[in-house]
Design a protein around this ligand. Structure first.
Ligand code: F6P
Length: 546
């Protein structure tokens, strides 16, 4: 199916051509109810999309697009356990992991819920045992440090969530995350953790990922040297779907927390991959995180399109990416605890929707996944916001902020909040040439100086932003926000008709790296690649020999 040939797409293009001539500030002036019309709520969570370059007519057309592309039916198929990941023949059921309501969730006629409940109980009980000192190190001492060895979805979600919930994890052990195969990452961590009271979690869905297995082998050797081979077992557990490889590595079956092939890596923090989060914040708070995600699942399943948070954000993503040709999406948390959210969302969005073909193998006829990036405010303001305000490229952005701080320096909070509101106001309002001239004239500059400086003081405005404002970043709120983004990505993938749940694009580099690895230390120079790759390998070989 060609999106461009849909009737509603043509309507959207015509509507876009009209709308882009109208500054968003004018839309506010013409409609005093614009904010209430274009902001959505879930309890204390307010999602304000009124500063996007849209009107209620745009939202109506986008809802029509969602219906024309079958987004609701796709959503229902996902929740129902159908094998919607067609290239891997898998169901996609991260939503089952946070389900608390009774009732079966069937994959090929088999209810997955008893396994979900038992698996969740097992890893949460283990987390509580570690926190309470019931599960100890080999010497009988309480674990002071926990190191998660994983990468991609087996790292980014837990690392982001543990940091996001720092104020809720102060009594637990210290958490560390090592992902990079660059030995610097593990080495620097091993320098600060005491081996006698450190627990390693080897987290890998496949248990074959090169980076994680290299880190696990080095960590195991380091631990064996410190506590002795016979004690190593007390210091390692695994989280995986691959029991055979876990046992081959030397971790007993009883020390492995499993999950299922229908949990995608980047959607896995709700499974036993969330073990580090549970160790950090405890089982009850982990359950609150799940409950927050379930709130969003229920809402996504039941709210009408125009009042449905993930639908609205996903459809705005399509509008910005495909109708307004905005290539990048900035994630700007005015919440230091969400420092790692941009990195998490990069994988979630770009690994899910960075695809060029539809499920049936035909090309998508519009641009797909946006480039996701970001940094916490206010740091970003002093780095890249210049381009957001006055650059020729338009960047869409999400701003996130808590009304109440979760830290102990509340006097800072009004400073933070005034900045987040000021930035979205400035990005939307902009400043015209006439306004810039008037300002300079009022400041007493002569006519020549006014004319010279005014163009530099112009802000185009109408730069689209969404603000997500919540009371406090607690586990339940974090659960809601993360599930909101998961489903937003789903909605965009469903409109494009792509499979958001495979990641073939990551494979080619892995295969080539395995081919190059032995060549680095082979007796003769590499000759089997293109000139550049041969040249780089051979230069590294020469430098390493010296
Ligand atoms: O980067 C590719 C990928 O397969 C991700 O999708 C996944 O999250 C990551 O590698 C880690 O995989 P695993 O959990 O199997 O080690």
């Amino acid at each position: 199916m060609s999106l461009r040939s849909l009737e509603v797409w043509k309507k959207l293009e015509a509507h876009r051509d009209q709308l882009v001539t109208v500054p968003v500030r004018q839309l506010f002036a013409e409609d005093p109810a614009r904010f209430s019309r274009l902001s959505l709520r879930m309890d204390d969570l307010l999602v304000d999309v009124s500063k996007q370059r849209v009107t209620t007519e745009t939202m109506g057309l986008l809802a029509e697009l969602a219906r024309a592309t079958g987004v609701e039916a796709a959503r229902d198929r996902m929740f129902a356990g159908e094998r919607i990941n067609g290239t891997e023949q898998r169901a996609v059921l991260h939503t089952a992991l946070r389900r608390s309501t009774p009732g079966a969730v069937l994959v090929d006629g088999v209810d997955v819920m008893p396994g979900v409940v038992a698996g969740r109980d097992a890893f949460l009980a283990f987390a509580e045992d570690v926190r309470a000192g019931r599960r100890t190190a080999a010497n009988g001492a309480r674990f002071t440090d926990v190191v998660n060895l994983g990468i991609g979805g087996s790292d980014l979600g837990p690392a982001m969530a543990v940091e996001a919930l720092t104020p809720y994890g102060r009594e637990g052990p210290r958490l560390h995350f090592v992902s990079n195969v660059d030995g610097a990452h593990l080495d620097e961590t091993l320098r600060v953790v005491p081996p006698a009271t450190t627990l390693f979690i080897v987290a890998s869905k496949t248990f074959t990922t090169q980076e994680t297995m290299a880190n696990a082998r080095s960590a195991r050797a380091w631990m064996a040297a410190a506590v002795g081979e016979s004690a190593v077992g007390r210091h390692f557990v695994a989280v995986s779907t691959n029991a055979r490889e876990v046992q081959a590595f030397g971790i007993a079956a009883a020390e492995m927390f499993g999950f299922w092939d229908w949990v995608g890596g980047r959607y896995s923090l709700w499974s036993s991959i969330g073990l580090p989060i549970a160790i950090a914040i405890g089982a009850d708070r982990f359950r609150a995180l799940l409950a927050g995600a379930e709130d969003m699942d229920t809402h996504f399943l039941s709210a009408p399109i125009d009042a449905n948070l993930p639908m609205v954000l996903g459809l705005l993503g399509i509008w910005n990416a495909n109708l307004l040709d905005i290539e990048t999406h900035a994630v700007l948390p005015y919440d230091q605890y969400l420092r790692r959210l941009p990195a998490f969302l990069q994988q979630l969005d770009m690994e899910s929707n960075g695809k060029g073909v539809r499920l049936d193998g035909t090309p998508v006829d519009v641009a797909t996944g946006p480039i996701v990036w970001g940094e916490p405010g206010t740091n970003g303001q002093h780095a890249f916001y210049q381009l957001l305000h006055q650059g020729r490229r338009v960047v869409a952005a999400d701003f996130l902020a808590a009304a109440e701080p979760a830290h102990g320096l509340p006097a800072h909070h009004p400073l933070l909040l005034s900045n987040v509101f000021a930035q979205t106001e400035a990005l939307m309002q902009g400043k015209t040439l006439d306004e810039a001239r008037a300002e300079l004239t009022a400041a007493g500059l002569d006519a020549g100086e006014v004319a010279r400086l005014a163009p530099h003081k112009v802000f185009p405005g109408s730069r689209p932003t969404t603000t997500l404002l919540y009371r406090r970043l607690d586990p339940r709120t974090l659960g809601r926000l993360l599930a909101l983004y998961e489903h937003k990505v789903f909605v965009m993938g469903a409109v494009w008709g792509i499979n958001s749940f495979d990641q073939w694009g990551v494979e080619l580099g892995k295969v080539l790296a395995n081919r190059i690895l032995p060549e680095l230390d082979a007796p003769s120079d590499a000759a089997g690649h293109d000139g550049s790759t041969n040249g780089l390998i051979n230069h590294a070989r020469a430098l390493r020999r010296r």
